[in-house]
Design a protein around this ligand. Structure first.
Ligand SMILES: [Zn+2]
Length: 331
């Protein structure tokens, strides 16, 4: 048995699965603020998941964690995570191993999502494809010739911080004009807030009397036909299309799969994305690309973390932990 976690800025999702990827239990809890609180809730969740069907902690072979932020996966350290400010050069793997005695492996959350999708989702059908995680920020992952590419330290495909406007909006990362400042859920909310006053007839105003503004709210109003909400999404979709055009020119993928909190809303973004790709990408690269959404946004990333744990255990056996980041091809 294995446990996989998907840790993001809002929730911790954890699941218990066997080595074939059959999910036996799933839990979701809100993430707390301090290091100690997060650690305690993780340990509680591990115990809960492990004992859910009469299994004890001893039956758990390994734990995989997909975490938001930049990571050093070989050392198990979260270097920095904008969405989880308490974690700075924080050795997450050591903390979990110390309290549970179970071998634990770390992966970037976007990579965990792509591994899960590659293993058990829509990604099964393709050998060269890209996952774009649209949520608070924009993350990405890439499968090249059926293997995940993670870069030197596991942080490849930080696509949210690639520049799409050289003189553009300031980003918290220090750069200007970052992709995620234009096409993430955060960007959509910011853009709506900015233009709301100029659009007094929008149905968004009615909703805001009772609710807080979110990208989901804007998406719902866009779907109902509100012109302003639709225009906010259209603008973000153009930027999304530009970012994706760059990726298509670099990787020549068979498919783009959307994940993250905004993956549902992608349905209204994909037509514009396709149009932008058609206008910007060269012939030979842009044809016959499939645009899909993640199979199960709730569970796939944590399931990917399970796969990380399984494969890491395998290579761990042979290399004494020196090479723990090779994804095997046995799906
Ligand atoms: Zn940035």
């Amino acid at each position: 048995m294995y446990i996989g976690f998907d840790i993001g800025g809002t929730n911790i999702k954890g699941l218990l699965a066997d080595k074939d990827g059959t999910i036996l239990n799933f839990r979701k809890i809100p993430i707390l603020k301090s290091i100690g609180e997060i650690e305690d809730s993780l340990i509680n969740l591990i115990t809960e998941l492990a004992s859910s069907d009469g299994k004890s902690l001893k039956k758990i072979k390994a734990i995989g964690i997909g975490s938001a932020g930049t990571i050093d996966k070989a050392r198990g350290i979260v270097i920095t995570s904008a969405n989880i400010p308490a974690w700075k050069k924080y050795n997450l793997v050591k903390a979990v191993e110390k309290k549970t005695g179970i071998r634990t492996f770390l992966e970037n959350d976007a990579n965990a999502a792509i591994i899960g999708e590659w293993w058990k989702g829509n990604g099964k059908k393709f050998s060269n494809w890209i996952m774009i995680t649209l949520g608070t920020g924009i993350g990405g992952g890439v499968i090249i010739n059926n293997e995940i590419y993670t870069g030197k330290s596991g942080s490849a495909m930080e696509i949210g911080h690639t520049t799409i406007d050289y003189n553009g909006r300031k980003c918290y990362c220090g750069n200007t004009g970052c992709f995620e400042q234009y096409a993430s859920a955060t960007a959509i909310v910011r853009s709506a807030e900015k233009q709301l006053k100029k659009n007094p007839d929008s149905s968004v105003h009615m909703r805001l009397k009772r609710e807080k503004i979110t990208s989901k709210l804007i998406y719902e109003e866009a779907q109902k036909g509100d012109k302003f909400a639709k225009s906010v999404f259209d603008e973000a979709s153009v930027f999304l299309g530009i970012g994706i055009s760059n990726l298509i020119s670099i990787f020549n993928p068979e498919a783009i799969i959307f994940g993250g909190g905004l993956s549902d809303a992608c349905k209204i973004m994909i037509p514009i994305v396709k149009q932008v790709v058609k206008e910007r990408v060269q012939p030979g690269l842009k044809e016959n690309i499939k645009y899909l959404t993640i199979t199960n946004q709730e569970k796939t990333p944590a399931l990917g973390a399970v796969k990380v744990a399984i494969d890491s255990c395998e290579s761990y056996k042979y290399s004494s932990g020196l090479t723990i980041n090779k994804l095997t091809n046995n799906r």
